[in-house]
Design a protein around this ligand. Structure first.
Ligand SMILES: Cc1cc2nc3c(=O)[nH]c(=O)nc-3n(C[C@H](O)[C@H](O)[C@H](O)COP(=O)(O)OP(=O)(O)OC[C@H]3O[C@@H](n4cnc5c(N)ncnc54)[C@H](O)[C@@H]3O)c2cc1C
Length: 543
């Protein structure tokens, strides 16, 4: 059976939901999401959304800070557009019901002025936040509205497997110049029945988020396996700048904590980094100390750990007033207390962890990929905003701005499509496959990829280690491929296959960049090479 929808959205984080709410007045919308609707990176975002408000800040300053962080690779027109769109996107969220922190006057009355947080790399306080649970606030408001909309159907516990495309020969005179690829839907695994269902759509949006799970240590939740990136690449879309993986400097180090982040805002409020002997060390690495850009702080911690052989460093905010800490960081305070760490009295053990993918599926200013009728927004996309290094809290901003622009463009494109379901679509073929009897292949390869990426393709890289990693990943992919075609697909197998491909693409991109820039640090080329540099690292599958 073929299911038809006008707009197919893969992912229910901020990008997918915001896009859905815009397009739903123009056609039927189906949102596919791997777990329940609010299980996303968005829901875990603590710090907030960067946006310019108030007299002491300006668009020019936010643009300058973003460009400085991006190491020369940001697209200036994109940066200006995103920064200038910020205040309207925040106001739209407030109109939908989002409650952000406000300033109080001397009588403890709300002033109507947004309270701004400080984060590394920002020259002004410009982070709009809802305590340290900003993402949860945004996700909850958007999910509630999406559930109420009569045109929006949300399918939870569904995993998109592959995009469905058709290709059209583009002729110039008598010569076929190229084949334009057009997206017409997706094959989707219903995790409850174990069967793959077919969805056709006028427009498809990839809003599948990041790929942090490709690394052994990550701040990302389990859904972040780079599925959208892998599906888009397999379908023939260009992907860009995948060597730029941001490692968050401060994830909680505790044997029972899987992926708990200690927000940058904690450093913004004055927390200091110390080694195991209580010595502060950031002054050795940057004049901005704890508020240097994330790559600088992550590399500093990595260096300290390699030299000392210790398992973690420590982040100390205990010198601040107890009430202030509890009110400003209620979530972090409670979570750490649950692990036996009272952050009002003692330092927090922290390590760096893979956090954010700056590269992704290449898009234009409207979120369009180079496959027609396929859009991408949010962390899965590479718009040119972040360049070689994302400035803190610019990602929720980017997701809000691009999902809005993509929606407007998608509505226009959808209304111009004629006969979009005229192409004959083959249903998913599972003949000849059986249920797997060797789940160990999946779990073993899963662990191997994540360790390999952590050890060879981590914060500090070398060509030698990258080449070794590439050889290993190619072998693993061969094994996964044999397995994939013989057994019925499961969500674990889909994710493993995607992780392996994303790992290969990150390594290949890293090998292409013969310099150190932004988040990509290679000991064999420790300097930026402004003469022979590569603007964007674009990869596209050849057929
Ligand atoms: C701990 C943490 C803290 C952060 N803090 C901040 C911050 O303070 N400020 C900031 O700007 N950014 C922050 N970020 C980054 C930011 O949260 C993300 O970049 C952003 O939320 C991504 O939104 P998204 O809509 O692109 O994807 P996500 O919110 O990650 O949503 C992805 C969705 O896609 C679905 N999905 C994925 N693959 C499939 C598939 N195959 N089939 C079906 N569904 C699929 C998932 O189930 C999920 O619903 C943080 C990230 C983390 C992990």
């Amino acid at each position: 059976m073929i299911n038809e929808t006008d707009f197919l959205i893969i992912g229910s984080g901020v990008s997918g939901l915001n896009f859905a709410l815009k397009v739903a007045d123009y056609g039927s919308v189906t949102i596919i999401t791997k777990k329940d609707v609010q299980k996303s990176n968005t829901a875990l975002a603590q710090g907030g959304v960067a946006s310019v408000f108030g007299k002491t800040d300006s668009f020019e300053l936010h643009v300058a800070d973003t460009l400085a962080s991006g190491g020369g690779l940001c697209k200036q027109d994109v940066v200006e557009m995103v920064v200038e769109s910020g205040p309207d996107r925040i106001k739209a969220l407030i109109d939908l019901g989002a409650r952000f922190n406000m300033e109080y006057d001397a009588d403890q009355k709300k002033t109507g002025i947004l309270s701004m947080g400080q984060e590394g790399g920002h020259s002004r306080k410009r982070i709009v936040h809802a305590q340290d649970l900003t993402g949860r606030e945004i996700e909850t408001v958007l999910a509630k509205k999406a559930k109420q909309h009569k045109n929006i159907k949300i399918l939870e516990n569904y995993t998109a497997v592959n995009l469905i495309t058709c290709s059209k020969a583009v002729k110039s005179g008598l010569v076929v110049r190229n084949h334009e690829i057009c997206n017409i839907g997706a094959y989707v695994l219903n995790n409850d029945t174990g069967h793959v269902e077919t969805y056709t759509a006028g427009i498809t949006l990839l809003a599948t988020g990041g790929a942090g799970k490709v690394y052994r240590y990550t701040s990302n939740p389990d859904i972040a396996t780079g599925d959208g990136l892998a599906m888009a690449y397999r379908a023939g879309a260009s992907v860009a700048n995948l060597e730029f993986v941001q490692f968050h400097p401060t994830c909680l180090y505790h044997p029972e904590a899987k992926n708990f982040l200690i927000s940058e805002a904690v450093r913004g409020e004055g927390a200091v980094l110390k080694d195991a002997f209580g010595r502060e060390f950031m002054a050795k690495y940057s004049k901005d100390r704890e508020l240097a850009c994330r790559d600088v702080v992550a590399r500093a911690i990595d260096t300290e750990l390699k030299v000392s052989g210790e398992k973690s460093v420590f982040l100390d905010i205990s010198h601040k007033d107890k009430d202030f800490i509890q009110n400003r960081f209620p979530n972090i305070y409670k979570k750490c207390l649950g692990y036996g760490i009272d952050i009002t009295k003692e330092p927090i053990p922290v390590v760096p962890a893979a956090h954010y993918m700056c590269g992704g599926v290449a898009t234009d200013l409207f979120g369009k990929t180079d496959i027609s009728r396929l859009y991408a927004a949010g962390e899965v996309a590479c718009t040119g905003l972040h360049g070689a290094n994302r400035l803190a809290s610019n990602s929720l901003l980017e997701a809000l701005v691009y999902s809005e622009r993509a929606a407007n463009e998608a509505i226009r494109e959808f209304q111009s499509i004629e006969n979009y379901d005229a192409v004959e679509i083959q249903p998913w073929d599972e003949s000849g496959t059986t249920d797997s009897d060797e789940a160990i292949v999946v779990s073993h390869n899963w662990d191997e990829i994540r360790s390999l990426m952590w050890n060879y393709v981590g914060i500090v890289r070398s060509d030698k280690r990258l080449s070794r990693a590439l050889r290993r990943i190619e072998n693993i992919q061969q094994e996964i491929d044999e397995y994939y075609w013989n057994f019925k697909v499961t969500s674990d197998l889909i994710e493993l296959r995607n992780l392996a491909l994303v790992a290969e693409l990150i390594i290949t991109s890293a090998l292409k960049r013969k310099e150190s820039r932004g988040l990509h640090f290679n000991i064999e080329y420790p300097q930026k090479d402004d003469k022979n540099w590569l603007k964007d690292t674009i990869l596209k599958k050849r057929y």
